[in-house]
Design a protein around this ligand. Structure first.
Ligand SMILES: [Zn+2]
Length: 100
């Protein structure tokens, strides 16, 4: 699998480190909503298809990247610097959270 780093160009996935699901919305730092924090820390989706992920080019420029990847085919459809992509707003994760 190749990921095209905006700085370095196409590189093998072995140069990258998976940093996690790019769909998770971090609760506000001052939030005391334990349900929201619990969901943020522990709940994960296992998506079969297009997935937004955060990867670090740890074997290269060390930039954090927002990658859109199909988990079935491993085809990468989009790559951007994570700082430019911002937080992806998705309530799919919260809806899949545990019991209230
Ligand atoms: Zn790079």
């Amino acid at each position: 699998m190749l990921i095209t780093c905006p700085y370095c160009g196409p590189r093998d996935v072995s140069e990258y480190t998976y940093q996690g699901d790019g769909n998770r919305a971090r609760p506000d730092a001052g939030s005391t909503d334990n349900q929201a924090w619990n969901s943020y820390v522990y709940d994960r989706l296992n998506i079969a298809g297009e997935h937004h992920e955060i990867w670090q080019h740890s074997g290269g420029c060390r930039a954090h990247l927002a990658v859109s990847r199909n988990t079935l085919t491993h085809k990468v459809s989009a790559v951007a610097f994570a700082r430019d992509a911002g937080h992806r707003k998705s309530d799919r994760h919260r809806k899949s959270g545990g019991a209230a």
